[in-house]
Unconditional design. Structure first.
Length: 331
């Protein structure tokens, strides 16, 4: 997939905007606040089905009744997203749907400045980051995650009610155990795959012999559905007292290590940036290996956060991908 153009109407601060894209590298240059990131956000919606940072109501330009984002590909096909103030819909191949069809979703490597702080972010931020990666090359992972989150929300709402009995939670426990064990096993598998090449990618950037890896930190030591269900049932009284589900994969974390020490607190600024850069490269490799598709690369003002050496690695690693870059610098 090669994007030929992007057209926006009432999208963020853009009343009307048009971008011609190049086959390889397109640079959107401008000062902060001019709406560069909004263009990448629109592309993400048109390729992944939702924004990476906001709701549709927040995206809609103030005082306007609708927004529209249109993407034309090199082959002439178009994808259009519209929001009328209440409902968002997509039009693909002249067919209108409420959600972007799975077949029309395209893998994206999104690199934003906040990613460089991933190591020191909250566990929830890291879970969200890796969930987005895994969902891009495994739709079943995304489906299981949606079902798990729905069951977790329902169970937590029940825990706040009076005169609750264990039987009231049983059906939700079963769903959490089913999808939680699936997700836990997949997370462990994918982190193992990332670690198999993590050090090599990192050393190619740093030019040293340091070692990096990620520890998948989870309570689910025995990744069986039966064990998961047993623990949920054992935690019944504690969960009622606290008011939410205290056990499960929604408490997982991903801990980065440099030379067997936690990177958060021990890694320098340059080492941290190289760790995240290596992770982005592996993310692209995994997507290609599992989907046979070169992902689109969206870089949102990250050049200003990287030195010359890491900029070169970034560009060279993605030289076979279509890249769209935003920058305040004239690069």
């Amino acid at each position: 997939m090669i994007i030929k153009s992007i057209k926006l109407t009432n999208f963020r601060n853009h009343t009307s905007y048009f971008l011609n894209c190049k086959d390889r590298t397109t640079i959107i240059h401008g000062e902060n606040g001019c709406g560069k990131t909004s263009v990448l956000e629109a592309i993400y919606i048109l390729t992944r089905g939702k924004s990476f940072r906001a709701t549709d109501q927040e995206i809609l330009k103030r005082g306007k009744e609708f927004y529209r984002a249109e993407m034309e590909l090199e082959n002439g096909s178009k994808t259009i997203a519209t929001y009328d103030g209440k409902i968002k819909s997509f039009t693909v191949l002249d067919k209108k749907t409420r959600r972007l069809p799975k077949k029309q979703k395209y893998p994206v490597i999104l690199f934003i400045p906040s990613d460089l702080n991933l190591i020191s972010h909250s566990p929830g931020s890291r879970r969200k980051y890796f969930d987005q990666i895994f969902s891009q090359f495994n739709e079943s992972y995304n489906d299981a995650l949606l079902k798990y989150d729905k069951a977790l929300k329902q169970r937590n709402e029940l825990l706040k009610k009076e005169n609750l009995s264990p039987s009231d939670l049983f059906s939700w426990n079963v769903l959490l155990a089913k999808y939680g064990s699936i997700l836990s096993n997949l997370r462990a598998e994918y982190i193992k795959e990332i670690n198999s090449n993590f050090t090599k990618k990192y050393q190619s950037i740093m030019g040293n012999k340091d070692k990096v890896d990620i520890i998948y930190n989870t309570e689910i030591l025995e990744k069986s559905e039966a064990k998961y269900l047993t623990i949920l049932e054992q935690n019944y009284q504690k969960d009622i007292f606290i008011g939410h589900t205290t056990f499960g994969i929604h408490r997982d974390d991903y801990l980065f290590r440099l030379n067997q020490k936690l990177a958060n607190g021990s890694a320098s600024r340059g080492e941290t940036r190289s760790i995240i850069l290596a992770l982005k490269f592996i993310e692209a490799d995994l997507i290609y290996q599992k989907t046979n598709t070169k992902p689109l690369v969206l870089l949102d003002d990250v050049f200003s956060e990287l030195d010359e050496q890491r900029r070169k690695h970034l560009v060279n690693n993605f030289k076979e991908n279509q890249i769209i870059i935003t920058s305040v610098e004239n690069i």
